[in-house]
Ligand binder design. Structure first.
Ligand code: GRF
Length: 207
């Protein structure tokens, strides 16, 4: 476990929220090193919001379509995150590209989870990309968010086999099981402290 008080984090979501649930469950078991202070969705009606409400977490909908530019949308996210005084931000199935205002407000403090072993298969449909490429191993990556999509320093990866008879759905389900282990573990490591050295994220040594 990390030492010190649990850090307030914000989670950005767009969909079903199973990774959010994994974070909620880890926080409830005092295994996250963090408290989920707020959950923000750009999609009204996302099931992730329901999961947050059930856990008693404040939720907000900020619809990206309601803003004249991406930067304006980003600034609205920052304002809401700062209102809840969060130290870190986790993207958990958040389907918008993060822009400058959010990156500047939370430098090296935003994490994302992506269902492939990056740098292979960034962007959309990574499981389909993995199958089409014919790789025998895929998995999940938790990384620090930078301006380039799915390219920031890697915190943690977990691998799964790709089977001959896999479909996009069966591979996605196998990876998702690992995602639910990887994200809480990565958050715990990250809030415990570390350094970005070039492309690498290195955990702080225990004193
Ligand atoms: C996950 O596969 C995550 O890695 C990707 O989007 C999906 C979100 O799923 N970024 P959920 O909303 O957490 O269930």
């Amino acid at each position: 476990m990390t030492s010190g008080p649990a850090k307030p984090i914000g989670v950005l979501v767009s969909g079903r929220g199973s990774n959010l649930q994994a974070l909620i469950d880890a926080a409830a078991a005092a295994q996250l090193g963090a408290i989920i202070a707020t959950v923000i969705s750009n999609v009204d009606g996302a099931f992730a919001l329901e999961r947050a409400r059930r856990a008693g977490i404040t939720t907000t909908v900020i619809d990206h379509r309601g803003w004249p530019s991406r930067d304006d949308f980003d600034r609205a996210l920052v304002q809401e995150l700062q209102r809840h005084q969060v130290d870190f931000v986790c993207l958990a199935g958040f389907m918008r590209k993060v822009g400058r205002p959010l990156l500047d407000a939370y430098p090296s403090a935003i994490l994302n989870i992506h269902p492939s072993l990056l740098p292979s298969f960034p962007g959309l449909h990574p499981q389909r990309q993995a199958l089409e490429h014919g790789v025998k191993v895929s998995g999940v990556t938790v990384h620090v968010v930078t301006e380039e999509l799915d390219a920031g320093p890697i915190i943690l990866q977990r691998a799964v086999p790709v089977l001959d008879d896999d479909t996009e759905e069966t591979l996605a389900a196998r990876i998702l099981q690992e995602e639910h282990l990887a994200y809480p573990a990565a958050v715990r490591m990250f809030v415990g402290g570390g350094l970005v050295e070039g492309r690498r994220w290195v955990a702080a040594r225990e004193p």
